[in-house]
Design a protein. Structure first.
Length: 119
């Protein structure tokens, strides 16, 4: 994950900006993060906005390998406690060419979408 907010705060030389009508967008020349973001969301002063949020967009998924000056983080996709500390896929750690005991078995018959239609 990379934070465009940090890119702006550090005055990274790889940031570009352009005006599109009344909106100014910015992005990364090297496309480390893909979206072009509205610069107004990061401005400290604005109509009805006494102060800027610390990081309005938050971390964004990397689009390409980061440059040496990029500050990147790794974030956990889910909380292990939410799945009981176990992997949701029971065969995740099984070898794909494993023996019969490693293969998934169908334990219930899926319902047909329309029992009147033969497939």
């Amino acid at each position: 994950m990379v934070s465009p907010w940090r890119c702006l705060k550090s005055r990274c030389g790889c940031i570009y900006a352009y005006d599109d009508g009344e909106t100014t967008y910015f992005g990364c020349v090297h496309k480390v993060f893909a979206p072009e973001l509205d610069l107004a969301a990061f401005s400290a002063v604005g109509p009805g906005r006494p102060r800027a949020m610390a990081d309005p967009y938050g971390p964004i998924r990397l689009n390409r390998s980061p440059r040496s000056q990029c500050r990147v983080t790794v974030e956990q996709a889910y909380d292990p406690a939410s799945v009981g500390g176990a992997c949701c896929n029971p065969t995740f750690f099984h070898h794909p060419l494993g023996d019969g005991d490693d293969r998934m078995r169908l334990t219930s018959k899926p319902l047909d979408a329309d029992p009147g239609v033969s497939g």
